[in-house]
Design a protein around this ligand. Structure first.
Ligand code: ATP
Ligand code: MG
Length: 434
């Protein structure tokens, strides 16, 4: 979907050397410095070309795991009629976080902060029989919440990209199965993003029972304070029993933890860390289906009010969360799975015909091998090029210059470890494509 190769001399990558004023946490600083985003109003950002590539790769992984879990993709609009929210009673309850708009006819509209009402209205109209359930639908769509204190860049924006899924089931057994499928999908999603997520039991109101979890990435800059059984840290996520093990282990937000009279975890095993909430799954039963009058005919002819859950992932927040979890003093270190380009190709002498030709050949062959390449062909000093590559954090850098070429080599560098090797272009290609 994105161009496989780009040349920096014709790209838009406004990197900054200095830490921008007003950016408090490292991910926000690095997102601005590496030219991923630009703020256009408080809590509202434009995604520049490099940032959009990351956002789209994260969305693709989220989508893949939703599909694998059996959820079906759709797309609901950002703008919703206020009347829909009057049906559930949330129009007045939601408060000033909701951006309320009037159209030219004076009809009350809003920019959706979430989609329970809309998806329930669609289901109410389309689904009449038990044969059409269970279903889980999802979309990846922009949301607007007029947060009282937007901060930390895309972490707490006002406009942000969310994956939200909604499950509809005939009975509690089905609802639990839908929930469990999402729980597993979330663990797989965060693992594929190169993240270790801790599922934290969340308060779920009177009907939720134990079916509410937030997923947190551990980071000192996280807004939540967590208490959890440190045995969680040792769970092997590749183990098929991992979801069950994780669910059985104690993990709570500080506020909830304070209410627990008898913490089952011995003090020496209780870890206390900060976390970034990147996802939330939540069973709420008939809350919207009952309020909005959705009924489905069961096999025995009875009319049943379906049981529902909703399942959010902060897709744009994840860009910041991944950087919080993976950076060093020189810049971002993208996990391979979400990097905006697989390889940075550093041309040390774009004015030298032989170097230029070698770079063009490498660019083409890397692309032919299925790798995406950002080719720094700018007329700039080597030091500046290396600093840019480290800052933007592509997994691999291949550096090509006249000296190396005379000796038949290029330099291959792994961003995460700093390891460098002098190799023939052939071997470098084989290493990268392998
Ligand atoms: P928070 O407690 O951080 O405000 P929330 O409980 O309001 O989150 P949900 O309504 O469950 O969040 O939304 C699902 C996901 O969307 C969250 O887990 C989070 O990753 C993301 N999210 C929520 N609000 C924002 C925001 N203002 N900016 C970016 N992402 C957000
Ligand atoms: Mg919120």
């Amino acid at each position: 979907m994105h161009a496989r190769t780009q040349r920096l001399s014709r790209y838009l990558l406004p990197v900054m050397k200095e830490t921008p004023a007003g950016a408090e946490i490292v991910s926000h600083q690095l997102m601005l410095r590496a030219g991923l985003i630009r703020q256009t109003a408080a809590g509202i950002y434009a995604w520049l070309p490099l940032g959009l590539r990351v956002l789209d790769r994260i969305a693709a992984i989220v989508r893949r795991e939703q599909d694998r879990a059996g959820a079906i993709e759709m797309l609901m609009p950002t703008i919703q009629p206020a009347d829909l929210w009057r049906e559930s009673g949330r129009y007045d309850a939601y408060g000033p976080e909701m951006l309320r708009i009037a159209d030219r006819h004076g009809r009350e509209m809003l920019y959706g902060p979430t989609n329970e009402e809309m998806v329930t209205a669609i289901f109410r109209d389309c689904v009449k029989s038990y044969r059409d359930l269970p279903r889980t639908l999802y979309h990846i769509q922009w949301k607007f919440r007029d947060e009282i204190r937007p901060r930390f860049g895309v972490m707490r924006g006002r406009e942000f990209l969310m994956k939200d899924a909604y499950s509809f089931d005939m009975d509690m057994e089905g609802a639990r199965a839908s929930y469990d499928a999402m729980f597993i999908a979330y663990l797989r999603t965060f693992a594929a993003l190169g993240l270790r997520a801790v599922p934290v039991k969340a308060p779920s109101g009177p009907i939720g029972g134990d079916l509410s979890h937030e997923f947190h990435i551990l980071a000192d800059t996280g807004e939540s304070e967590l208490f959890y059984d440190s045995a969680l840290d040792a769970v092997d996520l590749a183990d098929p029993a991992a979801p069950e093990r994780l669910r059985a282990l104690y993990a709570m937000e500080a506020e909830e933890h304070a209410r627990v009279a008898d913490c089952p975890v011995p003090a020496e095993r209780l870890a206390r860390r900060r976390g970034i909430e990147v996802g939330h799954i939540f069973f709420f039963g008939t809350k919207y289906t009952a309020a909005m009058g959705m009924q489905v005919q069961a096999r025995d002819g009875q009319m049943v009010t379906p049981l529902c859950g909703s399942y959010g992932i902060g897709v744009s927040r994840l860009v910041g969360a991944i950087i919080e979890a993976s950076h060093d003093p020189a810049g971002i270190i993208w996990p391979d799975s979400v990097a905006p380009f697989d390889v940075g190709l550093v041309n040390l002498r774009p004015d030298d015909a032989a170097t230029d030709a070698a770079c063009a050949a490498l660019e083409a062959r890397l692309a032919a091998a299925g790798l995406s390449v950002l080719h720094d062909d700018r007329d700039a000093r080597p030091g500046e090029k290396f600093a840019t590559m480290d800052l933007i954090g592509l997994p691999w850098a291949v550096t090509v210059g006249p000296k190396g070429l005379a000796a038949g080599t290029v330099e291959l560098k792994r961003r995460a470890t700093g390891e460098k090797a002098e190799l023939s272009p052939e071997s470098a290609l084989a290493r990268l494509a392998g």
